[in-house]
Design a binder for this molecule. Structure first.
Ligand code: PEP
Ligand code: MN
Length: 395
């Protein structure tokens, strides 16, 4: 394996830039100690896997493959059982197979796994006035002030659970005779920065996961998250919502992919079913005119969340499919490559999203609603979506 060292002044620029969505740790000296420990421990993934994923994503950028990214909205420590991880990977592989059949192209499978522990929040407090749950890497879902106090030791548990999850992935991948990759939102800088490592040639890798993305709430161009991603050799993504301007996406392309390396940058469109037809084309056209070889990925989940009549955060499969169809239509009209899907799903039989061949309705949601954050497609709904998309691609 490549010899890796601690970069001397990694990310000092990232650390100085404004950082949105970071927890207020109660004890800064404990955070420093945890960061030191994270720097000393082996990182979860190896640079060779990161390089292989970037090469496979180059094929996606060139229109010769598709990317499928999916898994829980928020992984939890309690949920990290071999059964849950295997079920999610099974769903990832089944969904990928259907997309391969529909498109006639190879599909690169990337889990939202082994590090998807930090969540951005729209409000610092929840409905009860408690500090918001920010993911298991920061605090606990339990509704008490003590449980919601950010605890830096959770970062060590997150790293250990990521390593254990990657072990299960490797076993499943070997059985399926494929390679599986891991991705998450690179949100929590006190976790991400200590896991940056440097190769002897000076190349820096974020080794918390193979693919790292920046979320809709932390994507400001002069912010710490873009600054961190800029210095890494990983393939990286940026979520782009309906308020994104052509100037912003050109800014991401220049900052994150100045050498125009196919596979380096993925723009993850999450517009909403009713906005995609009008919001996406100006962004695709701007990037194409500038000649940047980005991957366009469709996240049909995050622009389509609503509250059910019974008070549950949910999404309807029809709306998810409508955004996917809108995304495919935009790329067909502009002659660009629709690079694939970014989904929130689980292989477990949950009742969190509506519709699909099980016909789930509002009143079905309480039965098995177990997500720690956003509603996920269950195994059946994931295959319903993939079959529908495969049929569109075949037509
Ligand atoms: C997510 O992927 O869970 C998420 C928070 O998405 P976004 O940044 O697009 O809102
Ligand atoms: Mn989510």
């Amino acid at each position: 394996m490549t010899q890796m060292t601690q970069p001397t002044q990694v990310t000092s620029a990232a650390v100085r830039s404004p950082a949105a969505q970071q927890p207020q740790w109660p004890d800064p000296s404990r955070v420093r100690a945890v960061r030191r420990t994270l720097r000393a421990l082996p990182a979860p993934v190896a640079p060779e896997g990161v390089d292989r994923l970037r090469e496979r994503l180059a094929e996606v950028a060139l229109g010769r493959a598709l990317l499928l990214q999916g898994g829980d909205c928020a992984e939890t420590f309690a949920g990290n059982t071999p059964a849950h991880i295997r079920a999610n990977l099974r769903t990832l592989l089944h969904t990928a197979t259907l997309l391969e059949v529909g498109s006639g192209l190879p599909v690169v499978p990337v889990g939202r796994m082994a590090g998807q522990y930090a969540k951005p929040r729209s409000s610092p407090t929840d409905a009860a006035g408690l500090p918001a749950y920010r993911g298991d890497i920061v605090n606990s879902t339990s509704p008490t002030a003590a449980a919601r106090t950010p605890d830096p030791d959770r970062m060590l548990r997150a790293r250990a659970d990521a390593v254990a999850t990657l072990d299960v992935m490797a076993a499943v991948a070997a059985d399926a005779d494929t390679e599986l990759f891991a991705s998450h939102e690179a949100l929590l800088l006190d976790y991400e920065v200590p896991l940056v490592r440097q190769a002897v040639d000076g190349t820096r890798y974020g080794l918390s996961g193979h693919f790292l993305w920046i979320g809709e709430r932390t994507r400001r161009l002069d912010g710490a998250h873009i600054e961190l991603a800029r210095g890494l050799a990983n393939p990286v993504g940026v979520k782009v919502g309906p308020a994104t301007t052509p100037a912003e996406v050109l800014g991401y392309a220049d900052a994150l992919d100045p050498h125009r390396t196919p596979g380096r940058l993925t723009l993850i469109s999450r517009m909403g079913a009713d906005r995609v037809a009008e919001a996406l084309p100006p962004l695709v056209e701007a990037v194409a005119a500038a000649g940047h070889p980005v991957i366009w990925l469709c996240d049909p989940m995050h622009g389509n969340t609503r509250l059910s009549a019974t008070g549950y955060k949910t999404r309807h499969l029809d709306t998810i499919l409508a955004e996917t169809r809108g995304f495919l239509d935009v790329h067909a009209a502009l002659g660009s490559h629709a690079g694939g899907l970014h989904l929130e799903f689980t292989g477990d039989d949950v009742t969190e999203c509506l519709g699909g061949s099980q016909g789930l309705r509002d009143e079905d949601l309480p039965a098995r609603y177990s997500t720690a954050c956003d509603p996920r497609l269950n195994a059946r709904q994931s295959l319903d979506l993939a079959s529908a998309v495969a049929q569109i691609l075949l037509d």
